[in-house]
Design a protein around this ligand. Sequence first.
Ligand SMILES: [Zn+2]
Length: 438
Amino acid sequence: MLIVRGRRVVLPGGERPASVHIQGGHIVSIGGEDETPSGAEIVECGGLVVSPGIVDSHVHVNEPGRTEWEGFDTATRAAARGGVTTIVDMPLNCVPATTTVAALEAKRHAARGRSHVDTALWGGIVPGNEADVEPLIDAGVRGFKCFLVPSGVSEFAHAGERTLRRVMPVLARRDVPLLVHAELPEALRAHRGRPESYRDYEATRPVEAELAAIDLMATLARETGARVHIVHVSSAAGADAIAAARAEGVPITGETCPHYLTMTNDGIPDGATEFKCAPPIRTPGDREALWRGLDAGTLSLVATDHSPAPPSLKCPGDFVRAWGGIASLELSLPVVWTAARERGHRPADLARWMSEAPAALAGLSDRKGRLSPGYDADVVVWDADAEFTVDAAHLQQRHKVTPYAGRRLCGVVHTTFLRGTRVWDRGALAAGESGHLL
Ligand SMILES: [Zn+2]
């Protein structure tokens, strides 16, 4: 038996001194801090925080097909180092996109033997693949993702209302969620001004585009009964629209990302395309509203939208041509914690937003996201007071482009356990790939 014990163990009821008893990859019981049977291997955590492993429900691994952008090996190394024990991979930016069972199998083949943490998969909805939806559910996808605007890659077309009206009753009947990139094309604007100006880029994707998309999805969720989850909510208006729909009983939830919670449009230098993402990073008022949305439960979770690309595609200096996407799988815990602690939040809040809620979204709440008997022994041991400066060159992700370079952050991961096995331990990755496909 393995026992992880300490004074700050984050359990479903809150943080307290405890010991986590692990056998066969599972948590078998939770005891008092001193309840340790003889003969057990004991990991003494003292005042370090012992949290459930992070479940990141929004990751673009890009393998197969765009493995030069990222890949299962590098993405899951980054995850292990960041305390992330499960990723749920998005259906696009890989080739083929995960819109058929054959493509799903190609992705599983790519992930097998290359993953350092557990991986679950989202399927994709594109115009014309309506007949693939139920076979994909039968084959094990945890739900679906669609775009309402061009996605940036030609093989993943955006869905319109007609496609959604066909598939959403099926999703409702099968009780799987629809994750939506919520911007409507009608509200986007042509670029005007300087390509190096962040504000001129931001103006092409106004809040109205997000708001109109959320309103459409709330209507469709109400009419079809399908569970809708709005990914990467970026604005106060977006969060308010979700809250209003939820108040009427519409089955709609939302997430936001570390960058929307910690960055604002007034702090982005000219030409700094490492900050480019869509929807864009907005005002300080939007940022504060997203924190309130988390507090109120309007936004149920924080996921990274880890979406890397080679440095050449980030087109330094040119926000118009640059690939939109921020890779932060490895840094989400310290980025969110640094800002959350300043607002009086506790590690238990992070566990709710970054472990429990994303596990529930992906239909994994019977085995992931909590330190409870019967759950997988996915545990992250971290120092909530230690600080470090982000050194981009030493990130595990394939490309070292990050808007967090040089940032001073609080929260250092010491050890990440995946099903009771150390996959990251004090600065080093364990040998071997022990990640499972879920
Ligand atoms: Zn994404």
